[in-house]
Ligand binder design. Sequence first.
Ligand SMILES: C[S@@+](CC[C@H](N)C(=O)[O-])C[C@H]1O[C@@H](n2cnc3c(N)ncnc32)[C@H](O)[C@@H]1O
Length: 249
Amino acid sequence: MERPTDWDAQWRVEPLDPAAPDAEERTPRWRAQERLVLERFGSFARLQVVELGAGRGLNAFLYARRGARVTLLDVSTLVLSQAEELFGAHGLAVELVEGDVFDLPAEVRERFDVSMSFGLCEHFLAERRRRVVGSHLEVLRPGGIAMIGVPNRFAPAYRLWMGVLKARGSWPLGTEVPFSARELATLARAAGGEPLEPVYGSFAASVVNHGVNQALFKLGRKGLSVPQPAVPMLDRLGYELLLPVVRPG
Ligand SMILES: C[S@@+](CC[C@H](N)C(=O)[O-])C[C@H]1O[C@@H](n2cnc3c(N)ncnc32)[C@H](O)[C@@H]1O
């Protein structure tokens, strides 16, 4: 059974971190997106991009900063208004769509060059897991590419952190079931997409984020800035998993 998350309650208390976009730009998942976009489209300028379950649209913000035309889709009006303020404060245009990935509005279907999500798909189970992956392809025009970001099932620091919070009864979200690259690729193929090679985040980043910094926060201290060294085999145990999926032309 899926356990729902009260996203508005999360967004009401989540502080706005002005350093978040610059930190995100240093991650392997952003660097991989930048490389793939430049290889496929030559430039970000005027690309049509949508972030699904966008929250404040952190990755969409980086696309917008490079000249893409971005749309954020989310069920939460609260977070969309926070995103509007954030983009506005940086002089960036953004289109907001209040909508459900399981009932996509006609205005977003088959329209985008790039679709993406980060931290969305793992909150659904069974048939809804397949459908949420499929929604990334439904909003793309043929030849477009989806960037699907989820937690990696084989990330020990993240799994341990989640296990501790659940055992203590302080896990703040509802259902969250991480993915293997194989499961995600199978769902993407079933939805008619062509998965490319998965990209893993830095294992060291995951140890700092889910281990060292969590301990520091408990002690009332500031967290360390998160390093992003790449160690190819070890990074298969990192938290971030990004699967790029092409919608055939
Ligand atoms: C973990 S947050 C991800 C936020 C953002 N992508 C980020 O990286 O910060 C998940 C978001 O998905 C949204 N969401 C959950 N279910 C949804 C649905 N069925 N359709 C659209 N958005 C949904 C929530 O409102 C929430 O803002």
